[in-house]
Design a protein around this ligand. Structure first.
Ligand code: GDG
Length: 458
């Protein structure tokens, strides 16, 4: 059996307390790695001195092999905080106005990809299958091919692929496009991403060039397909059930007991629409004043990418907005917006989802959005809450029974919160059942199996 080699920017190592990150994607990839006996390669999270040579650090944890790479501060600034998160992330999320391109960032990005390729090549066996994840590593296959690697290589993009006009704001974007042709398989979350990608090839008349380059590199032609990512549904269902049964959740939060809760859970990011959501919640309280003192928004937003100015700006904006809404509507013993700016444990999160009458998942742009799926999986089948979902995330294309909204339309969002609160039990159950049927059959293991099956056939 061929080994599986997973490559991503970060590697999901256990934290200092020994607990592994609980995300479903890591669970599924680790399960596949255990079965196929490969390894997971990526940045260790540590910074090395500029002078230290690039090296692989092997580690074995819970039956999984890892190959870790330390990066220098320069690499981190140019590749990770630079081209990946200050150029590709904003542009792929439709915000070219936030992109901060520099030539140094672009060449740092290619330098790290080249370094990853050199290190990886030294460990490869002839029949290893390589699965590269996300926008940090788009050029990796091209670098591997140039180094003579002939293995099957697949790529999955976890963020949206933008329309051609937007993509072409990335200086030298055609090189990125060509780089993808070195993969045997390129996977996207949705058919919309795939059609944007095809449009980019056609509009820029790269189709032929890409094919020629691809043939020159590998005598191969890459295939593109849609693989909507999901969660470990069964696991999440039972986590939520246990949390709701436990006394801890009931007793630990007397301040939110007895209220109708709308929950939002997002890494701090301008793509998640957190400020528009809080604004809409304020509009809801203004319009439906009978809900004042009865409803609250629980917004859990762990910090992320704190070194980037756009993230510091959105952090400030959200904090001010929370203060404004709480100042306008709060009373001595009631606070309408509970804003938690730090991570909450996964098991606790599952219980909070279940307690919430409404899941407010309203990103301005999102590849998929796993919170939407987690919220639904966590519900009590006999009394499920309602998912309010932005039209602009990948999940909206599958979860048609959610109440879909335009996150830019404050009044529509306010109205939809009220409609969700008064929705009849039969309607809630019907919507929930429709979404759960898909979530149960199309979970993250299905996503992983389908991608690997397709890669093996390509
Ligand atoms: C990228 C794409 C795509 C959040 N806060 C806490 C916490 N979380 C967990 C959630 C969920 C995950 O983080 C967030 O996943 P999303 O999918 O919502 O968003 P991104 O992080 O932006 O992920 C996205 C995804 O890749 C997969 O392809 O869906 O579109 O942007 O699992 O539960 N977990 C814990 N505490 C928190 O406070 N434990």
């Amino acid at each position: 059996m061929s080994r599986l080699i997973v490559v991503s920017n970060r590697v999901p190592l256990p934290d200092e307390h020994g607990s592994a990150p609980a995300g479903g994607v890591a669970i599924a990839l680790k399960a596949a790695l255990k079965q196929k006996k490969g390894f997971w390669m990526g940045w260790s999270g540590k910074v090395k001195s500029e002078a230290a040579p690039a090296a692989l650090i092997p580690r074995e944890i819970d039956g999984i092999s890892y190959q870790l790479v330390d990066l220098s501060q320069k690499d981190l600034d140019e590749y990770y905080h630079g081209f990946a998160n200050r150029v590709l992330w904003p542009i792929f999320h439709g915000r070219p106005d936030l992109a901060e391109y520099t030539e140094a960032r672009r060449s740092g990005y290619y330098h790290v990809n080249q370094m990853f390729a050199g290190l990886l090549k030294s460990l490869l066996r002839e029949d290893d299958v390589i699965w590269v994840n996300d926008y940090h590593l788009i050029p990796l296959a091209e670098e591997l091919r140039q180094a003579g690697v002939r293995n099957r290589i697949g790529f999955f993009l976890h963020i949206p692929w933008p329309p051609a006009d937007i993509l072409s704001t990335v200086p030298m974007y055609a090189t990125l496009l060509c780089g993808l042709s070195a993969y045997d398989l390129v996977g996207f979350h949705t058919d919309y991403d795939l059609s944007n990608f095809n449009e980019c090839l056609e509009r820029e008349q790269q189709g032929e060039t890409v094919e020629q380059r691809s043939r020159a590199v590998d005598e191969n032609k890459s295939r593109c397909a849609v693989f909507p990512i999901s969660i470990d549904t069964a696991n999440f269902e039972s986590l939520a059930e246990q949390a709701a049964r436990g006394e801890r959740l009931q007793k630990a939060y007397p301040r939110i007991a007895g209220y109708d809760i709308a929950i939002g859970v997002d890494r701090l990011d301008y793509s998640k629409g957190i400020e528009k959501r809080i604004g809409a919640f304020g509009a809801f309280l203004r319009r439906y004043c009978q809900r004042v003192d009865k409803t609250l928004l629980l917004q859990i937003t762990p910090k992320s990418r704190g070194v980037i100015p756009a993230y510091l700006a959105i952090q400030k904006e959200i904090a001010e907005l929370v203060g404004r809404v709480n100042g306008e509507f709060g009373t001595i013993d009631w606070v309408p917006v509970h804003y938690i700016h730090k991570p909450v444990r996964h098991s606790e999160l599952a219980g909070l989802y279940r307690k919430a009458r409404i899941g407010l998942v309203t990103p301005l742009r999102d590849g998929m959005n796993l919170v939407a799926k987690e919220y639904v999986a966590a519900q009590d089948p006999l009394d499920p809450g309602v998912l309010i979902l932005s039209r602009f995330c990948g999940a909206a294309r599958e979860m048609k029974s959610a109440m879909q909204v335009n996150p830019y339309d404050t009044e529509e969002m306010a109205r939809t919160i009220e409609e969700a609160l008064i929705m009849r039990l039969e309607d809630r159950i019907e919507r929930w059942n429709a979404m759960m049927t898909t979530l149960r059959t199309h979970d993250v293991h299905h996503w992983c199996d389908e991608f690997l099956r397709s890669l093996n056939e390509s």
